[in-house]
Design a protein around this ligand. Sequence first.
Ligand code: HEC
Ligand SMILES: [Ca+2]
Length: 180
Amino acid sequence: MRCWGAGFICILALAGCARITATSGPGGTITPSGGVQVWKGQSRTFTWQSMPGHVFADLQVDGAPQFLNGATSYTFNNIQANHTVAATFTPYSTHYRVFNSTYNTAGTPLDGCNACHSRHSTSGSLLNTYGTDISSKRSQGASKYQAIRAIEQTDSDSDSFKNIDEISAGKFPGDTASHP
Ligand code: HEC
Ligand SMILES: [Ca+2]
């Protein structure tokens, strides 16, 4: 049963309703969006989609960043209070393009900034261990392409799997919790 927006049923049963406010930044959309009314105790799933030239960057729930590891939806279970959910998107970076075209990772969990950044950071300051290894090759003069090729046999996150084996398996080479 639906809980109607500012409508009749919700006014009658105000105590039984909660609202989830879903927003998306430029470069993408979230579904459903806006003020979503639900009956308390219900669940609600939100999905997001980036627009061409952009990639999903970050999901904040009640203002807190979520660590999604490639998930493309978020579900509130047993909703008891109002919540917010906000998806943000970012334009492609060159590193991102080079990585995706080299390893064919578009549409896989690795298709995002967090292959190299611990979490998307618009300042670019948060590199994970794999990103840090790329960065040190770069400072020795390697191009972006050369840098990722040069560390294929390296185990950046020390989880005993080489970067190339992790990437081939769709796992994160800079995250010890993710491996084949
Ligand atoms: C394949 C690894 C990789 C991916 C994927 C990646 N980055 Fe980066 N990024 C780096 C590295 C490494 C640096 C540090 C600069 C360098 O060494 O080239 C960096 C630096 C940055 C910077 C700092 C400015 C600069 O260019 O130095 C920004 C901003 C940034 N990245 C944004 C992004 C965004 C946004 C995405 C996703 C669309 C992304 N990055 C995806 C590796 C990556
Ligand atoms: Ca590894």
